[in-house]
Design a protein around this ligand. Structure first.
Ligand SMILES: [Fe+2]
Ligand SMILES: [Fe+2]
Length: 319
């Protein structure tokens, strides 16, 4: 475990395969908030990242200290719960703040569980400059149709499906066509387009598997909780134990989808069009950007509003 002097290293290469992940989880569970350990491995332990996210939630920081080709060192730090309001909570109250966080390169949807001070420290951002910009937003209450934080949860779940899931399903076929076409036509001169097309297929596949899980399992349960509360009833414990389990899983999948879009943004150098870009190239990049902003808003509504409120609601109405 981490001591005041050094951070302990867990050499995963010498652990019996079936014990690797349980040992890492054991080390992680023993950490106090703010403490860390380093895993030493002979391949990229990224799958472990998603497993940890799925089973423990967004409660740790993952930093590559060494990234191959022969050894990988990753520092895993258990986060201390954010003191004060988190980035996600600030955006939940006033969606206009999302624009400011975006400008400073701060992830307000998947990475929204950190306080402003925490993200500024992590990313080397001038906190005073950021706070000034947040304060300079005109003093108006968020418009009625933007005030998601005040919506009933069942209504919010329906809104997400009717607006965002519908958008994703409509956008995917066209985007698939554009990204494949520009990769085929311009891939010789712009090889990054081949990579972009692959990342797009990954995110499309992930979302096509992800949304039905929300629509068939998680959201109906949230609506059931909402109904029970309204009728003053209590309900039986669900088959998945607690809503925390599917929520961790959904948040892990959000993170994976967000990572694919981040890769697309980097490969395209923030969607910068080359001088020889044809009309399809322009449409593809514009549509990819639109898709990214829609997904950020979609994930924000789930991670920062729907899920935390559903967790609280479950505590109230479970037998
Ligand atoms: Fe969703
Ligand atoms: Fe989702």
């Amino acid at each position: 475990m981490a001591t005041t002097e050094t951070i302990e290293i867990l050499d995963v290469t010498v652990i019996e395969p079936r014990l690797k992940h349980p040992t890492i989880f054991e080390w992680f569970d023993k950490l106090q908030g703010g403490d860390a350990f380093i895993i030493h491995n002979d391949h990229d332990p990224k799958p472990l990242y998603y497993q940890l996210l799925g089973e423990r939630g967004n409660v740790f920081k993952w930093d590559y200290l060494e990234q191959g080709p022969e050894i990988w060192h990753v520092q895993i730090t258990k986060l201390t719960p954010a003191a004060g309001e988190t980035v996600g909570e600030l955006v939940a109250k006033d969606f206009r703040k999302a624009q400011v966080f975006k400008k400073f390169g701060i992830d307000f949807c998947c990475g929204g569980k950190k306080s402003v001070a925490q993200v500024c420290e992590e990313k080397g951002i001038n906190q005073t400059a950021l706070e000034q910009e947040l304060k300079s937003l005109p003093e108006t209450t968020a418009g009625r149709d933007e005030n998601f934080d005040s919506w009933e949860l069942g209504f919010l779940a329906d809104y997400i499906v009717n607006v965002h899931h519908k958008y994703v399903r409509e956008a995917l076929p066209a985007l698939y066509e554009y990204t494949t076409k520009i990769a085929r036509v311009h891939g010789n001169r712009h090889p990054e387009l081949l990579e972009i097309a692959k990342h797009f297929v990954n995110v499309a596949n992930e979302l096509e598997a992800h949304m039905p899980k929300e629509e068939r399992v998680l959201f109906p349960y949230i609506k059931q909780l909402d109904e029970a509360k309204k009728n003053g009833q209590s309900i039986d414990r669900p088959a998945f134990g607690s809503i925390q389990n599917p929520i961790n899983m959904m948040e892990m999948e959000h993170e994976a989808a967000g990572d694919e879009l981040e890769a697309i943004r980097e490969l395209s150098q923030n969607f910068t069009l080359p001088a020889d870009a044809c009309a399809t190239y322009q449409v593809a990049f514009a549509k990819l950007q639109e898709f990214e902003s829609d997904l950020h808003r979609h994930i924000h509504l789930e991670n920062n509003i729907l899920f935390p409120k559903a967790l609280e609601l479950e505590k109230e109405v479970l037998k």
